[in-house]
Design a protein around this ligand. Structure first.
Ligand code: URA
Length: 307
């Protein structure tokens, strides 16, 4: 029988969605059918997990009161020491809060709490971090019982206790960081944070690449093997029979570069630190000091995981 032309031909559209069949293209590729009629899922409230024997249930932490900070952080902010040293002061019973000795860790204090360390009241100090181009012949201390020239003579007077970040030997010149930010100083000196220090070392003799590889791998000096150093050969002074080396390390052991060069049989003739982390010596005269700006300090603090 001829089909009634007025009747619409049966199509997929006329079927209910659930009755629609997935279609497969002729080339055999598969088409995934959309789930057009999903059953609404039953929402079952989650039961709290049954406590396992011997496991303590987690108690949600209370937010500390606004404006409070940890006692050891507050002590470090006074500029007298790092956070780690402050924790030790607390454990040793050297700290009082409002006249009461505190020995436990994690105590929170408010801005108006009175903190004393060894009986001395601490106050929040403004923080200063400076670069100094330490001249040769000056000792990296603030006072010297032998009366030698110290870095103190080059530092501005801010009324805070500035301290050098690590040391440069008396005979080494170059970039030295000085700060009253105890946390920053502690981290900058710690090899874990990998802050690079770059030196120009003029050494006796002409070491070859094979010899310098020893420094790249690590050599034994006082206190153990050094971490791998980056070493680059710079010009040779044939007349004086010396070679200049660029040496980058991220430890800060006593007379480290001198000991490293001695270990490969090429003692140092002169040593200069030309970079500390992101800061270069370039452009600074001997004895010149430069106060770091806010952005520079932020960069430095971020580099060592502070802030
Ligand atoms: N290594 C040294 O041997 N001396 C310094 O002053 C700094 C690094």
């Amino acid at each position: 029988m001829p089909r009634d032309s007025r009747k619409p031909a049966p199509t997929n559209k006329s079927k209910t969605p659930s009755a629609r069949k997935p279609s497969y293209p002729k080339d055999g590729g598969r088409v995934f059918e959309r789930n057009v009629n999903p059953k609404p899922r039953k929402v079952v409230p989650k039961k709290p997990a049954a406590a396992k024997p011997g496991v303590k249930p987690k108690i949600p932490k209370k937010a500390p009161p606004e404006g409070s900070e940890r006692l050891h952080v507050r002590i470090a902010h006074s500029g007298i020491c790092s956070r780690r040293a402050a924790e030790k002061y607390i454990a040793d019973g050297r700290v009082e809060v409002n006249g009461e000795q505190v020995r436990e860790m994690g105590v929170m204090v408010m801005p108006d709490d009175e903190i004393r360390v060894d009986g001395q009241k601490i106050t929040e100090a403004k923080q200063y971090t400076l670069l100094l181009n330490k001249p040769k012949g000056v000792v990296t201390t603030l006072s010297d019982p032998q009366g030698r020239a110290t870095i103190l003579r080059y530092l501005p007077e801010y009324g805070v206790q500035l301290k050098p970040v690590g040391r440069l030997d008396m005979d080494t010149s170059g970039l030295l960081l000085v700060t009253n930010d105890g946390d920053l100083a502690h981290r900058l000196m710690h090899p874990r944070f990998g802050v690079e220090k770059e030196y120009l070392a003029s050494v006796q003799g002409i070491p070859d690449e094979k010899t310098l590889d020893k420094l790249r791998k690590g050599v034994f000096i006082e206190g153990g093997k050094t971490l791998p150093a980056k070493v680059e050969m710079l010009p040779t002074d044939r007349a004086r029979h010396t070679r200049t080396l660029k040496i980058i390390i991220h430890e800060g052991r006593k007379r480290q570069v001198r000991q490293m060069c001695e270990a490969i049989g090429h003692p140092i003739v002169s040593l200069k630190r030309v970079r500390f982390g992101p800061f270069y010596l370039k452009g600074m005269k001997g004895g010149e000091c430069r106060l770091l700006g806010k952005a520079e300090i932020e960069e430095l603090r971020k580099m060592v995981g502070l802030d």
